[in-house]
Design a protein around this ligand. Structure first.
Ligand SMILES: Cc1cc2nc3c(=O)[nH]c(=O)nc-3n(C[C@H](O)[C@H](O)[C@H](O)COP(=O)(O)OP(=O)(O)OC[C@H]3O[C@@H](n4cnc5c(N)ncnc54)[C@H](O)[C@@H]3O)c2cc1C
Length: 427
């Protein structure tokens, strides 16, 4: 039987089909997008007494926020050295410190609000494909311990079997501040809280455009116009032509996840005895983890179609999974789905403004921690209550000859694959 094309997560927490509500005439804050970003902002604003309307063209959460791997990585694509080169060492330190704060804030929120999302602070193992990658991981671990007091350490190849049962990696590292959630349960809890705080959720309604007026903004939707004093845009990888300015700056990239049929307990124990979240140092990286009930492996990576063959993306991930764990060759795949992440030119998630509209976007593949946090930061900016955020940048640069269709991604993927091959062979 072919795998289901809907997320595994939707079995326990399907997207909620909201009763259709009319577009209100006015509000304090209109928010476009009902994922982690939109709801993070909405809850913060509603708790400060603001009237908030969230509008989404799909059902709430049907974008990436119920489709992801649920790894609370708060990752940054750039290394500390790369960020120092681009933004200076103070800004690089501040961004990393903010990632630590954002992750802690999510964990506190889950505990304080008694959020039922299968959260487990299991830790994350990163695998090295070469000895030089292992040295980088070891140095990064030292940096996290010394500068942020995070429990992090290198794992030499000789000790790797305690964490992961593979011969592919030449060692790795562990950081214990990263864990896993059930992303769709997390989203449905955010939605429950937002509703309880009086936020109006308007689903299945596309925003067509936003314009400035003397009193604030007019948000034109397919079902009527909403006047708002402030507007937040949280559309990330699902941004569309309704915002042509943003569309030249944010690159939507498809990411795919497959989930195995339930595996024998001894097999799960032999492949990931640590029960950790896993990724590796490849540029075209793969991320994987046990499902929260510990019975299946969830394996994610890039999507794409090869020569128009629709089964290629699933077969490709299955093949890569078997390269790491040969004993999984031929196991059944129950689910295979994709969603969109959002890249930008300098690969930093960020908040910014254009003509007074607040944007929080550009997850670069890691948004469970980052984008709820970015939504809160934008909300606090509107409320005028927060200290500056290291994510508060100027808008991302536009990309030449790009307007929504990432025609250049096959070439980017090919170059990354080549770099990965070289890195694994040369060092
Ligand atoms: C397959 C996959 C795996 C991932 N794994 C991880 C992971 O393990 N860890 C991690 O940290 N991150 C992961 N991510 C990234 C993470 O899921 C996202 O960064 C995060 O969910 C983005 O939240 P968001 O609210 O900004 O956007 P989304 O949840 O994508 O929501 C954006 C919303 O905007 C709406 N919208 C867009 N345009 C309009 C319009 N014109 N009118 C009305 N509504 C509009 C869309 O309908 C959508 O619902 C993964 C993503 C994918 C796709």
């Amino acid at each position: 039987m072919p795998p289901k094309s809907t997320p595994y997560w939707w079995e326990a927490a399907p997207p909620i089909v909201e009763p259709l509500v009319p577009i209100p005439k006015t509000t304090d804050v209109a928010i476009v997008g009902s994922g982690y970003t939109g709801l993070g902002a909405a809850i913060t604003l509603a708790r400060a007494g603001r009237n908030v309307v969230v509008i989404d063209k799909l059902s709430p959460g049907e974008g990436a926020s119920t489709r992801n791997g649920g790894i609370t990585s708060g990752n940054l694509r750039l290394s500390h050295a790369q960020m120092t080169k681009r933004f200076g060492s103070d800004r690089a330190d501040a961004i990393i410190a903010e990632a630590v704060e954002a992750r802690e804030d999510l964990y506190r929120f889950i505990a304080d609000e008694r959020i039922d999302c299968d959260f487990s602070l299991a830790g994350r193992f990163s695998g090295a494909l070469s000895s030089s990658q292992y040295e980088v991981l070891a140095r990064d671990s030292d940096y996290l311990v010394k500068n942020f007091g995070i429990e992090a350490y290198a794992v030499p190849r000789s000790e790797m079997a305690r964490y992961i049962g593979t011969d592919l990696y030449k060692g790795g590292s562990v950081r214990m501040d990263v864990g896993g959630v059930h992303p769709a349960k997390l989203h449905s809890e955010l939605l429950r809280i937002a509703r309880a705080e009086g936020v109006t959720i308007v689903s299945k309604t596309s925003v067509m455009g936003i314009s400035n007026t003397a009193q604030g903004y007019e948000v034109a939707t397919e079902k009527g116009t909403l006047r708002a004093s402030h507007v937040v845009s949280g559309t990330n990888g699902y941004s569309d032509a309704s915002d042509p300015w943003l569309q030249t700056r944010i690159v939507p990239v498809r990411s795919r996840i497959i989930v195995t049929e339930p595996l024998k307990a001894e097999l799960m124990e032999s492949i990931i005895p640590s029960k950790m979240m896993i990724s590796d140092k490849r540029k075209l990286t793969y991320y994987y983890r046990p499902t929260p009930d510990g019975t299946r492996l969830l394996f994610g990576g890039r999507d794409g179609t090869f020569a128009g063959d629709p089964s290629w993306p699933t077969d490709h991930l299955r093949h890569e999974m078997a390269k790491i764990f040969p004993e999984l060759d031929g196991v059944g795949i129950s689910h295979s789905w994709f969603g969109y992440v959002a890249m930008n030119r300098d690969m930093i998630p960020r908040i910014f403004q254009k003509d007074g509209v607040h944007y929080a976007t550009g997850c670069c593949g890691s948004g469970v921690v980052w984008l709820r946090w970015a939504g809160i930061k934008v909300a606090n900016k509107i409320l005028g209550v927060d200290r500056p955020s290291a994510l508060d940048f100027s808008p991302p640069a536009s990309i030449p000859f790009f307007r929504g269709t990432a025609w250049f991604m096959p070439a980017v993927f090919a170059a990354m694959k080549m770099q990965d091959k070289l890195a694994a062979r040369l060092y």
